[in-house]
Design a protein around this ligand. Structure first.
Ligand code: LMR
Length: 390
C-alpha cells in the first residue's frame, strides 16, 4: 500500500526550524516560525504558567478522562476572555488540540452544514488554505493586503463579501494578522459587521494572538462586534501564544448563535466529529489556563506578563522602523502593524540570500517574526534589508 503513496514535502514554515538549528553560525537570526522570544532569544515558560503547573502537580488527583467537549470550566473562562458577555447570544465551546484543531473542526462543521464555501483574504496563514482544503471546502480567495504598498485592500474584501451568498463562511483574523500584522480600522470593522449581517454570512474568526496587538480587550473588540452582528459565528481560539503553551496544543472552537438550542446542536456536531478524529482533547494546557484564569493572583500576573510581551514587540517594531527609515519609505508601517508578524516585499531569491549570506531566517514569503529580533541585532538586520526594500 505505501508504495502507492507519493512522498509529501515538509511544511515549509516548520522545515525552517530544522534549517535554522542546523546552521552553526553563532550570529544567526531566527525570524521564522511564530513563537514569542525574549531578548536572549528564549521562549521561557511564563511565571503564571509555572505556578499553575506547580499547583496542578500538587493537587491533581486523577488522569482519568474529563469530558468529550473537554474542560467546561476552561471553556467558560476562555469564552469570557474572548467573547465577553454577549447579551442575547449563546456560545457553545469544545476544547481542541490548539487553534489548528479548532479551525479543523470549524471547517468540518461548515462542510457538513453550510454552503461548503469559504471566503479567504490573501495573504493568510498558509495552513488556513491547507485545513479548509482538507475538509473539501470550496475556498474562494480575494486580496486582503498589497505587499508592495503595505496597504489593507478593504475595497477588495468588501467586494468579495458583498458578492457572497447567504450562509457562506468568511475567515476573519481577530487581531495581529498573520502574516501581515495589518488589521481593520474601527470603521472597517463596522462595515464588515454590516455586510456580514446583511448577507447572513458566517464569520469564522481566528483568534490566536489576543493581547499581542493593542491590548487584551482591544484585540477582541472587532471580533465581538462581528459576533453581535452575525446570526451565527464560529470562533477558533488558540492559547499557544497568549499563554506561551505552544506544545501543549490548547485551544477551543466556539459556536455562537441566537438561541441556546442552536448553539448546543452545533456543539453536539463538533463533539461527534472530534470523537471520530482524536476522541478527546489533551488536558494539561487547558488545566493550566483554567488554573491561571480562575485565580485572581495568577490572572493578574499572566496579564502583566502578556502586557510586557506586547510592550517588547511594540518597542522592537519602533526600533526596526527607525532603523529602516532612511532606506525604505514604508518603514513607518512596521511600527503601526501589530503582533508578531510583518510581511516584507522581498523576492524569494532575496530571502534565500539573507539565509545563505547573513544567517537571517524567514519563510520565502518575506514574513518576519518581530519577536525573533534581539535589540542588538536590529541595526545589522536593517542594514542588509534596506538595499532590498528601498
Ligand atoms: C506561525 O504562523 O508561524 C505559527 O502559527 C506556527 C504555525 O503552526 O504555523
Amino acid at each position: 500500500m505505501f508504495d502507492k503513496l507519493a512522498s509529501q514535502p515538509n511544511d515549509p514554515l516548520l522545515a525552517l526550524i530544522g534549517l535554522y538549528n542546523a546552521d552553526s553560525r553563532t550570529d544567526k537570526i531566527d525570524l521564522g516560525v511564530g513563537v514569542y522570544r525574549d531578548d536572549l532569544g528564549n521562549t521561557p515558560v511564563l511565571r503564571s504558567v509555572k505556578a499553575a503547573e506547580k499547583l496542578l502537580l500538587e493537587t491533581q488527583s486523577s488522569k482519568s478522562y474529563v469530558a468529550p467537549e473537554g474542560d467546561r470550566v476552561f471553556l467558560d473562562l476562555l469564552w469570557e476572555l474572548v467573547g465577553g458577555t454577549q447579551s442575547g447570544k449563546f456560545a457553545a465551546g469544545v476544547q481542541t488540540p490548539g487553534g489548528s484543531g479548532a479551525l479543523r473542526l470549524a471547517s468540518d462543521l461548515i462542510a457538513r452544514a453550510g454552503t461548503g464555501r469559504l471566503h479567504l483574504g490573501l495573504p493568510s496563514w498558509p495552513n488556513h488554505a491547507g485545513i479548509f482544503g482538507a475538509t473539501g471546502l470550496n475556498v474562494e480567495t480575494h486580496t486582503y493586503f498589497d505587499v508592495p504598498t503595505q496597504d489593507v485592500r478593504f475595497a477588495s474584501v468588501m467586494k468579495a463579501l458583498s458578492g457572497a451568498q447567504r450562509g457562506d463562511a468568511v475567515l476573519i483574523h481577530a487581531s495581529c494578522h498573520n502574516p501581515t500584522g495589518a488589521g481593520f480600522t474601527p470603521g472597517q470593522w463596522e462595515e464588515l459587521a454590516a455586510v456580514i449581517s446583511e448577507r447572513r454570512l458566517i464569520p469564522l474568526i481566528d483568534s490566536a494572538y489576543q493581547g499581542f496587538g493593542a491590548g487584551i480587550e482591544e484585540d477582541v473588540a472587532g471580533l465581538r462586534s462581528l459576533i453581535t452582528a452575525a446570526p451565527e459565528a464560529l470562533v477558533a481560539v488558540s492559547c499557544s501564544k497568549s499563554f506561551g503553551i505552544y506544545r501543549e496544543r490548547t485551544g477551543a472552537i466556539f459556536a455562537v448563535a441566537d438561541t441556546q438550542a442552536a448553539a448546543d446542536t452545533a456543539r453536539s456536531n463538533l463533539v461527534t466529529m472530534a470523537r471520530t478524529s482524536y476522541s478527546m482533547p489533551p488536558d494539561h494546557g487547558a488545566a493550566v489556563v483554567r488554573t491561571v484564569l480562575s485565580s485572581d493572583i495568577l490572572r493578574k500576573d499572566w496579564m502583566d506578563e502578556l502586557n510586557s510581551m506586547r510592550d517588547r514587540l511594540q518597542g522592537l517594531r519602533q526600533q526596526l522602523s527607525n532603523a529602516l527609515a532612511d532606506g525604505w519609505q514604508l518603514a513607518p508601517q512596521i511600527a503601526e502593524q501589530q503582533g508578531m508578524f510583518s510581511l516584507l516585499p522581498l523576492k524569494e531569491s532575496d530571502v534565500l540570500t539573507l539565509r545563505k549570506e547573513h544567517g537571517i531566517y524567514m519563510p520565502t514569503s518575506g514574513r518576519i517574526n518581530i519577536a525573533g529580533l534581539k535589540g542588538a541585532d536590529i541595526e545589522r538586520v536593517a542594514a542588509v534589508l534596506k538595499p532590498l526594500l528601498g
